[in-house]
Design a protein around this ligand. Structure first.
Ligand code: SF4
Length: 465
């Protein structure tokens, strides 16, 4: 019986089979934790006298509340005492339970969905959970990876498994040749615009076709990262040579690597396997994308006109964003630019941003910050001199962390400010109360920074700086 990638990984992890009366019990290979959604879970463990079941399958970092600036005396300016306390508690809890933790001193500290793959902790065929919605990122390696709530974080710490109903499967097939200037962020925004923010609800997505098989791991992570924005449980891409080459030599890579790769290769969806739903798109039809509303499904080609609202919800979204149906997004004045997050803060994103910023100056009325996804990326970018390019443009080069993606650490926009952001959510207030977020690729964000208005980055590429 031909099976999908999802079915193969799912079947390997069933502890108790699902029935009408109860969900399946699924074994979890890797539990990623950070300072925001874990403290309460550890408190519950303590109250109940429980230990962490598999500290060796648990990996911690600090990212959400961490400052992206350092004081001249080396101290970290936490936005609130509570933010600092969250970090202290994470470090204390993981030390108590013997969990590998990438804190201030680690060369691997970073956004949880960036540092896990960098360590090679994320591997094909795994089940991976984290108390963060964008855990779907790890599906880029052919893992079933999804976000869980704080209560479930406690469950997984205590028993290394989770209760879950099996989702249906959806193939998203994109074949053909992408146009110049179209990035992985544009591909996933185009997919979400097509299927809608609820289009993936109840499904595990598998991204298929030459567009994904030819994509780098950085690009695949960008795509899978935003699966949750279509409502999907997870998003996956079949592991292949690109995956194996990425993981080779990383800290947690298996010792018998060739045997591991052979096993991982067998996970690909079999010919003839059925998906519950198939969505197809032509690569040639995708253009650089930008959002105009208050969820990632309200996205359009950057050279298109904002759709006219057809109901009260859309009207309210356009009013919040202060945009007009039938008018372009290009030319709108930008107040801030954020290049970062687990969607777009990897080395290719840093290079893409620097390629636009190089030789140009950030517009005087724009505050632009570039926040690498991890210490590894920061070091790699600095070794390449990208930070010099970024700083010379007038953008700020910050310390790794989630930063303005979720604005928990004090990096946020003022009410009414328009932010062009490479992150994953443009909900009202996500980047500060009253802040207006426009999601886009690093190229588009950098173009907005230097032009001071929303700009099609294709008009700058190849143009004199
Ligand atoms: S960058 Fe944003 S989405 Fe990613 S882990 Fe941090 S808060 Fe979550």
């Amino acid at each position: 019986m031909p099976k999908t990638l999802f079915d193969k990984v799912w079947d390997r992890h069933i502890v108790v089979t699902e029935t009408d009366a109860h969900p399946a019990t699924l074994y979890i290979d890797l539990h990623l934790i950070h300072e925001v959604t874990s403290p309460q879970a550890f408190t519950v463990l303590r109250e109940r006298g429980l230990k962490v079941r598999r500290p060796d399958r648990t990996l911690a970092t600090i990212d959400h509340s961490t400052p992206t600036l350092i004081n001249t005396d080396g101290s970290r300016p936490f936005v609130t005492k509570q933010a600092g306390k969250q970090v202290e508690m994470l470090l204390a809890n993981t030390a108590e339970h013997g969990i590998e933790t990438h804190g201030w001193e680690s060369a691997y500290r970073g956004v949880v969905h960036v540092m896990g793959p960098e360590l090679g902790a994320t591997q094909p065929g795994m089940t991976i959970v984290c108390g963060d919605s964008h855990t779907s990122t790890h599906g880029a390696f052919g893992a079933i990876a999804f976000g869980i709530g704080t209560t479930q974080v406690g469950h997984v710490l205590a028993n290394q498994s989770i209760l879950m109903r099996k989702p249906k499967t959806m193939a998203i097939e994109v074949n053909g040749e992408l146009q110049a200037g179209v990035t992985p962020k544009d591909v996933i925004l185009a997919i979400i615009a097509k299927i809608g923010v609820g289009g993936g609800t109840g499904y595990a997505l598998e991204y298929r076709g030459n567009v994904f098989s030819e994509m780098s791991m950085d690009g695949r992570m960008t795509v899978c990262n935003m699966s949750i924005e279509a409502g999907a449980r997870c998003g996956m891409i079949a592991p292949d040579e690109t995956t194996f080459n990425y993981l080779k030599g990383r800290k947690f890579a298996p010792e018998n690597y060739d045997a591991a790769c052979a096993d991982w290769a067998s996970l690909a969806t079999d010919d003839g396997a059925d998906f519950d739903k198939v969505v197809t798109m032509k690569a040639e039809d995708i253009r650089p994308m930008i959002t105009y509303g208050t969820h990632p499904g309200m996205a359009m080609p950057i050279d298109a006109m904002v759709p006219v609202a057809t109901d009260d919800t859309e009207t309210a979204a356009l009013e919040y964003m202060q945009v007009t149906g039938g008018a372009p997004m290009t030319g709108l004045r930008v107040d801030r630019v954020f290049i970062g997050s687990c969607t777009n803060a990897r080395i290719e994103d840093m290079r893409a941003a620097a390629s636009i910023l190089s030789g140009r100056k950030v517009a005087s009325h724009v505050k632009a910050i570039v926040v690498p996804g991890s210490e590894q990326i920061k070091a790699e970018a600095e070794a390449e001199g990208l930070h010099d390019v970024i700083i010379a443009s007038g953008a700020e080069w910050r310390e790794p962390g989630c930063s303005m993606c979720i604005a928990m650490n004090g990096d946020k926009a003022a009410p009414g400010e328009l932010v062009v952001s490479t992150s994953n959510r443009n909900f009202a207030g996500r980047q500060g109360p009253g802040a207006r977020t426009v999601l886009a690729s690093p190229e588009t964000a950098a173009a907005a920074a230097v032009m001071g208005v929303i700009t099609d980055a294709r008009t700058l590429k190849g143009a004199a700086a």
